[in-house]
Every structure is written in C-alpha cells, then in structure tokens.
Write a protein that binds this ligand. Structure first.
Ligand code: AMP
Length: 416
C-alpha cells in the first residue's frame, strides 16, 4: 500500500522563497512606519493559558466559543494557541508591571495566530498579524495616531482603494443600555423581521443591521442608533478623534453598525476594508479600537488602551506593489582545470565584500553551469580554471582577470 501523501494541514500553507521575500520586505516597511510612530517591538508566546482568552476576548465571542486550538499539556493545564494579540500584550503589561514605565507604553508585534475557521481565500487557520497597542492613556490622539499608522502601513504596502469605517461603542454600560433598547425595539416589530434576525434578537441584535431581508431593512431604518446613546464624555472623545483625522486628511465613513468580533472594545472602533477581488469573500484587512477595561479585567490596574491588528496575508493579497526581489547573484563556475578550493575561496571573498554570490555545488559540466547561471539570472559568472575569467551575462563580454582581488573589485563596481 502506498503511504498517504503528506500535506500541510487544512487552513495552513508554506511560504515559498518568492513569497517569503515579499513578507520580509513588508516586515521591513512595517518596522519603518511603526518605529517612526514611537512603537517598539514586542513578542509574546505562541500559546497562553486558555483562561487569558476566555477572560480577555470574551466567552460569548465566536473566537472563544468555536475557533480556539485548545489542548492540555502534560501537566494537565489547558493551553490555547493564541487567536489574537491584544490580550497577551495586556497580560504582559500586568505581569511586568509596565504601568511603572513612562506612559503610554507603545508596542508593535508581528507573528502567527491561530483560529479554527472555515478555510477559504484570505481566511486561514494559521495566519499572521501585525498589530500595535498603546496602553496607559485614553487621549483621543492615540486613537487617531493608531488609525493614521495603519493607513500609512497600508499605503507603504501598496494596498490602495480601502475604505475606513469608524464608530464609537461608548463604554460597556452605555452599550448594554443601548442593546437593551434595541432588543425592545426589535421585539416591538417582531412581525416584520426575518426569521433569522428574530432568532438572534437576544444573542446578537446588532446583526439585524446587516440583514438583506426587506421587511427587516425597513424596520432597521427607524431603529435607535448606538451613536445617539453615547454619554456626553464618550461623544466628546469620539468628536475629538474625528477632528484629528479630518485635520490629517484621512477620509472615513462613520458606520454606527460597525461591530467587531471581540468583546473588549469600548469607545472608538474602526476597520479598513478593501474591495480587492483577490480577498474573496473577506474584505477586512485590519481593524481595532479602544479597550479601556481589558487590563483591569485581566487583574491589572485600571488602564486604558487602544490598538489594531492587520492580516499579513490579506495585505499581500490586496497589495498592488511589485515588491523587489533579491539582487541578482554572481555565479562562480568551475572549469575542468579549476579546483573546488579556488572557487570556494573566490565565492567567500565575494561574500565578504557584500556581494550575493553562489558557487557550483552540483557537479555540472561547464556548459551545464552556464545554463544554470542563466536560470538563476546571474548578472556575471566568474569561471575558475587555471586563472579566472569574468563573464558579464548581460553583454556576453568575457575576459581574463588577474585574480580574486580584481574579480571582487569588478563585482563591487557592478553594485555601485
Ligand atoms: P481581528 O483580530 O479579528 O480583528 O482581525 C484583524 C485582521 O486579521 C483582519 O482584518 C484580517 O486581516 C486578519 N485575520 C483575522 N482572521 C484571519 C484568518 N482566519 N485568516 C487570515 N487573516 C485573518
């Protein structure tokens, strides 16, 4: 019997070198943008106590109810592969007493996250997120700054044609009061609602705003709006965030029905959507908001916070940039009269001089080596025989050089 074919698990993928180069380039640009904004790098473990996400993300969310990769370790502890990055940052803030540092504490992260979702284009079970968090201040300029940084990152990544949706959820209390009011309103109009919406009135009344059903849409046109129920303080905060975004020339749509799949949000929430067809049914490239109660929820002092996460795969799918590939190498070929030792010496000297270079390592004939050099798009070939010949692969010119030093000099000259 033939052995079963081994494949990467459903919802996961390999990152082959061509794609990996783009990721590294995106990482470099991300670092530049976020570093300029005063954010410093941060990493947390790939798994945490399950309790962190139950408490942090919220028991009623899809993530906690259906999507976590949870397992027991050999000591019987329940652990979970991290489905998101905000709760871990808040845990670390408390664990390391970061409230004693100058506030706000600003960090950014980049790494793998795990959710047991139905895999499709743009939606995976292991995906990568870049995110930022600013903890320790509720200043509206932090909300605006974080939105600006995400806009700048998307721009640097070549993601164009995005729509920024913006709203405010108020505090947990005002949101609860609003949800109760909305449920009451929906129950009063129960007869006109779709069955689907009726079944979710208790669990998720906000879903009614997304319904396609005609009767439901008519009812929702007159429904109370969350933004109208904000406290004076929350409304003022939201107005200031919008003012700063207006001043910065960022366009956005206020979408009072914007809800995000995590329980911890308070006040500002936002999401960047892309119309790119390559994203399939997914349109969200990145989003976030304020979570002023989360650190306290996790056992820390009352600490406001704001941040976002964006999907690396979705950014790369939606990107219209051709990221630069690796520079073309110099190939060191070995002629019949040359030695491996001399060729190896030359490639080492080239590399020490900062030249990307490769050497014959597969026992090919000289003809085979020249063919190989073309395939890897070498810009020059140094043929090591009794002496060294230098061949420019673009012009076809070939001439002897005096030795390793001259070969290195020519290669360095080609770089400049
Ligand atoms: P969230 O943490 O749910 O707010 O997601 C933030 C961003 O992460 C989304 O806008 C997506 O770009 C990305 N993302 C979330 N879940 C997935 C997934 N299953 N596969 C790929 N990207 C994802």
């Amino acid at each position: 019997m033939a052995a079963a074919k081994l494949q990467a698990p459903r919802g996961t993928f390999d990152v082959l070198p061509e794609e990996a180069l783009k990721r590294r380039e995106l990482y470099r640009r991300t670092w530049a943008v976020l570093g300029r904004g005063g954010y410093r790098p941060f990493d947390s473990p790939a798994f945490e106590d399950t309790e962190l996400f139950k408490r942090g993300v919220g028991e009623s969310t899809d993530i906690v109810r259906k999507e976590m990769f949870t397992f027991e370790d050999q000591g019987g502890r329940s652990l979970t592969l991290r489905p998101e990055g905000t709760a871990p940052v808040c845990r670390a803030y408390v664990e390391h007493g970061m409230h004693k540092l100058p506030q706000p504490v600003k960090v950014w992260y980049w790494g793998p996250f795990f959710r047991h979702e139905r895999a499709q284009a743009g939606r995976y079970r292991q995906f990568s997120q870049v995110g930022i968090e600013a903890l320790g201040s509720d200043d509206p300029s932090l909300d605006a700054e974080s939105i600006l940084l995400l806009a700048e990152l998307l721009e640097a990544a070549g993601v164009r044609e995005t729509t920024l949706k913006l709203s405010s959820l108020g505090t947990r209390d005002s949101r609860e009061a609003y949800l109760a009011q909305l449920r009451r309103y929906l129950r009063e109009h129960e007869g006109d609602l779709s069955e689907d919406v009726r079944a979710r009135v208790e669990q998720n009344p906000l879903r009614a705003f997304d319904a396609g059903h005609e009767g439901t849409r008519a009812v929702m046109a007159g429904a109370p709006q969350l933004l109208d129920g904000l406290s004076a303080e929350d409304a003022e905060h939201f107005a200031e965030v919008r003012e700063l975004l207006d001043d910065a020339g960022v366009s956005y749509e206020v979408d009072p029905t914007l809800v995000r799949g995590l329980d911890y949000y308070t006040r500002t929430v936002f999401e960047f959507e892309s119309e790119s067809e390559r994203l399939g049914a997914q349109s969200g490239v990145g989003g976030g908001g304020r979570y002023d109660g989360l650190v306290e929820e996790l056992g820390g002092p009352p600490t406001p916070g704001v941040g976002w996460a964006a999907g690396i795969e979705r950014i790369l799918l939606a990107s219209e940039t051709r990221f630069p590939g690796a520079p073309r190498p110099v190939f060191v070929a070995i002629d019949e009269s040359g030695t491996r030792r001399a060729a190896f010496g030359l490639v080492t000297a080239l590399r020490e001089a900062g030249i990307r270079s490769e050497v014959e390592q597969a026992g090919r004939s000289l003809k085979g080596q020249m063919k190989h050099a073309s395939r890897i798009e070498a810009r020059a070939v140094a043929i090591v025989g009794e002496g060294i010949e230098w061949r420019d692969m673009d012009t076809g010119d070939q001439r002897p050089v005096t030795g390793v030093q001259e070969a290195v000099r020519i290669a360095v000259g080609m770089n400049g």
